[in-house]
Design a protein around this ligand. Sequence first.
Ligand code: MN
Length: 360
Amino acid sequence: MAERSRTRPIPDPQAPRSAAQPRPFEPFRRTLEKARQPVLTTHVNADGDGAGSEVALALYLARLGVNAAIVNPTPFPETYAFILGDLAAWSSRDEEGRKALERADLFVALDTSEPSRLGDVYAAMRDRPVAVLDHHPATPESIGDPAVRDPLACATGELVYDLILSAGERPTPREAEALYVAIATDTGSFRFANTSDRTHEICAELLRAGVDPQAMYRRLYGQVTEGRLDLLRRALAGLEQDPEWPLSWITLRREDFHASNAASADLEGIVEYARRLRGIEIAVLFRELPDRSTKVSLRSNGDADVAAIAREHGGGGHQKAAGVHIRGPLDAASAAVLASARRALHLKGLGPLKAGDLEE
Ligand SMILES: [Mn+2]
């Protein structure tokens, strides 16, 4: 989840550019430096921020003489494998991954601190220290001590960048590339509300460290597969708009996945098509999973709080980007979530649309 609304203090023009924000990195750094065989991990279905943050941190730790293993609850995403270079990344199901989990003397969770988002890796964490670096707000279930959490950071990558800066260091070219992946993907290529002046200042530093934005764009977005395009075609065919409320949704059934030969990663960004429809305040993507449960992604364009909608059904997230996994069949799940969404819109005085609202 990438978006949230934010307010930032007006920057002091005398302040040094790109100075690290005062964040309590010291306990976190001391814990890392003491570790001998730490495991870095992120949430299930790692996104660019989770993957980029753990790669940047692994590279930085190597500079400090700490040999960290990357072990995620699900396989490291293909799209971002290019930032690994000579680093290995395992899933908790791999033999090597299991061994690394067994011998870990510290876990570092990046971009999440929710047990439910850590899959099998959470089971391995029991009785061992877990440090957290995350830009999601803490919930009652959040783990991690020490934890550096800053919901104002545009990405967890921003926190890894600041960790490096807080030691008076600069990112190396490879660290910069991984951090750029984290920040560029989590800000929707610098378009989402979490994009700040500081986001661009950090990326300016990353470009100075050697990142080539054109090459990165090709790597990140110029690799569309036929499966992804076919899934997109099906998603657009299934795009619906509420006749009264500023609400749109896309439904993808199991058959859509089978027929298109698409992977889970191909879903990334598809909800944005519903969100971009003119006049829409809330967009939703419903995806039927193989076990006939339903995954729901919610996006808000304005004041409506989609995290509250997700929480009503047992999920969570940010005000503008949230999600929930519902153990019920697609049609019931979508009816329930859409009803909550209409209530959330009503609460904010958004809609129902008056005739003509969508016309110029
Ligand atoms: Mn993130």
